[in-house]
Design a protein around this ligand. Structure first.
Ligand code: SF4
Length: 339
């Protein structure tokens, strides 16, 4: 559904969108790079307010969040569009909206789910949280805020799964309602960000640092993309997490499979995932996980001090939870997270 967007201003007769670092300047009728925000009559209009195209009930481990109320169910929603354009996007049918599609496809006008219905469905289904994901929820900030406000009032948690490519003012507003974030830190090179995602590194780093400083729960994910993500970058990310955030911030290393415009790239070789894991541990990170590789030894949580298993997982399922009052049952080391 169409709605007047929140984050924009007029400049030299154009609408300047203030939502993300792309910073589109839009003439009358022009569509932003995300494909879903348009200058209509001198106002910025979002065409996807409540245009929920995907909804599913997932274990929170699928976001991935491993230390935020493990094993709970989360209702996950998305609308079309994205402000990044990753070559290997696995949700490209949702995220990559062709320019002009919002005018041609009546579904953008006709599809609308009221925020209260999302919250009711989450409660009815026994979910503990609502997650905003699949496309980048930055692009449906206004709708996310409305759903998240209601969800909070009804005792649900809110989780943003994002690439972190957003401007500070909207992020501050969103952060008032969020409880946890799963954030992609894709590369540690501006060039790789530009070539693979049409984004930039610095805003992402600054946003992660900002969110961490506000005390919200954060877990980071890096997709190990062959040829684009070098070993030097992997070490750079691990070191940055330890030095700029904390060694206990969970870091998920995810196996890449070719999709969309990256079909020429191979799936991540298994040995590259294990190498990245080793680098993370060498750099002093306490909770490094390997994902998208069924049944590997690094999808459980181990005590970084004595090696005791703390949360046993198989895929997205929690098979055993052994933390006692936030501590390792064997050596009493504190385990950070919400349990
Ligand atoms: S949200 Fe869309 S319209 Fe706004 S600056 Fe980013 S890409 Fe451009």
């Amino acid at each position: 559904m169409r709605a007047v967007a929140k984050f924009w201003h007029l400049e030299d007769g154009k609408v300047h969108c203030d939502l993300c670092p792309v910073g589109c300047d839009l003439k009358e009728g022009q569509v932003g790079s995300c494909g879903v925000r348009v200058n209509v009559g001198g106002r910025l209009i979002t065409f996807t307010f409540g245009t929920v195209t995907s909804a599913a009930i997932d274990p929170v481990e699928k976001k991935p969040l491993f230390h935020f109320y493990p094993g709970h169910l989360t209702l996950t929603i998305a609308t079309p569009g994205c402000n990044l354009h990753c070559r290997g996007c696995q949700n490209w049918q949702i995220s990559q909206v062709p320019k002009g599609a919002v005018f041609e496809n009546s579904a953008f006008e006709e599809t609308y789910i009221d925020p209260s219905l999302i919250v009711e469905k989450a409660l009815e289904s026994g979910c503990k949280s609502i997650s905003y994901s699949y496309s980048d929820p930055t692009i449906f900030a206004e709708y996310m805020i409305e759903v998240a406000k209601l969800a909070k009032e009804r005792g649900l948690f809110n989780i943003m799964v994002t690439a972190g490519y957003i401007n500070r003012d909207p992020l501050e507003e969103i952060n008032r309602y969020m409880d946890a974030y799963s954030i992609d830190l894709k590369f540690f090179s501006d060039e790789a960000y530009r070539k693979y995602s049409k984004g930039r590194l610095q805003p992402v780093l600054e946003n992660i640092e900002y969110l961490f400083s506000t005390g919200k729960w954060i877990e980071l994910t890096t997709l190990i993309v062959p040829r684009f993500l070098t070993e030097k970058q992997i070490r750079g990310i691990a070191r940055w997490i330890r030095e700029s955030l904390a060694p206990w911030v969970p870091w998920h290393l995810s196996r890449f499979f070719p999709h969309y415009r990256a079909l020429e790239l191979p799936p991540t070789p298994e040995e590259d995932l294990f190498r990245a894991y080793t680098i993370g541990k060498e750099e002093g990170l306490e909770h490094v996980f390997i994902g998208n590789l069924w049944g590997n030894d690094y999808e459980s949580t181990y005590c970084p001090s004595c090696g005791e298993i703390l949360i046993r997982r198989r895929g997205f399922h929690v098979e055993g939870f052994y933390i006692k009052e936030g501590r390792c049952p064997s050596c009493s080391k504190e385990v950070k997270g919400f349990f």
